[in-house]
Design a protein around this ligand. Structure first.
Ligand code: PGA
Length: 258
């Protein structure tokens, strides 16, 4: 099973040309990788032009609507994304939950639609406050159950989950990255939740990522844990050298085997 490193560009970069340069610098190097899949989740407006440059690098969106078509001003559908060779979509990111009122049931509906149209959902889970470990696990369990409600075993196996605590995201006030043992524990917890639904064997074939201030200086700490199946990277993904170091570190570590 390959590890997965995902760039979450958010509302960056400011110019399409900068986006093109970032993608091309990846595209020239990803053929050196054998254990990592690289996904760039760009703003919607950059997806059509970038689709001409991405071949080994996969393209992802940062959101999708739960309706496949219809009248919802300002929204984008899964069908539209598919027509531009987009194959992944980030869902349930904490910034959307915090500032745009996205709820677990919206995330659940979006997951169902994304899967129906063959987009791989990258689903973020994580608490907004630092709580005791047991509390965090309870919160994760609650979020996991809500966003996966009604999904079949086959559907669940197509999802990439990310443990991304809100307090670890680099742009949050007073943020600090999670310590890597904590990240590993929470990833293992998500894996257990999956195992309860699809069985231990299948759950171990799923990459579960960590997100929150991953960069070239701390990536080795996260990548050394075989349970952590990759990373969701925000700020560091906007600097091609920084992001490449993150990718290389996951590629260096052995394939996830427990
Ligand atoms: P960060 O962002 O790497 O800048 O903390 C991660 C994210 O928000 O997905």
């Amino acid at each position: 099973m390959k590890k997965i490193v995902v760039a979450n560009w958010k509302m960056n970069p400011e110019k399409l040309e900068q986006a093109r340069i970032l993608v091309l610098s990846l595209e020239h190097r990803v053929n050196q990788l054998d254990k990592v899949e690289v996904v760039v989740c760009a703003p919607y407006i950059y997806l059509p032009p970038l689709s001409h440059y991405c071949s080994l690098t996969k393209l992802g969106a940062q959101n999708v609507n739960w309706l496949a078509k219809g009248s919802l001003t300002g929204e984008i559908s899964a069908v539209q994304l598919k027509s531009f060779r987009v194959s992944y979509v980030i869902l349930g990111h904490s910034e959307r939950r915090l500032y745009l009122g996205e709820t677990d049931s919206m995330v659940n509906a979006k997951i169902i639609t994304a899967l129906k149209y063959h987009l791989t959902p990258i689903v973020c889970l994580g608490a907004s406050d630092r709580a005791k470990k047991t509390e965090m696990k309870k919160l994760l369990t609650k979020q996991f159950r809500a966003v996966t409600a009604g999904l079949s075993q086959a559907q669940l196996q197509k999802i990439i989950f990310v443990y991304e605590p809100v307090w670890a995201i680099s742009t949050m006030k007073n943020s600090t990255p999670a310590d890597s043992e904590h990240a590993r524990d929470m990833v293992v917890h998500i894996q257990k939740l999956l195992a309860n639904k699809i069985g231990v064997g299948k759950s171990k074939n799923m990459a579960i990522l960590y997100g929150g201030t991953v960069n070239r200086s701390n990536v080795a700490e996260f990548a050394k844990h075989p349970e952590i199946g990759g990373a969701l990277v925000g700020a560091a993904s906007l600097d091609s050298e920084n992001f490449w170091e993150v990718i290389k570190e996951f590629n260096r570590e052995s394939i996830h085997k427990l």
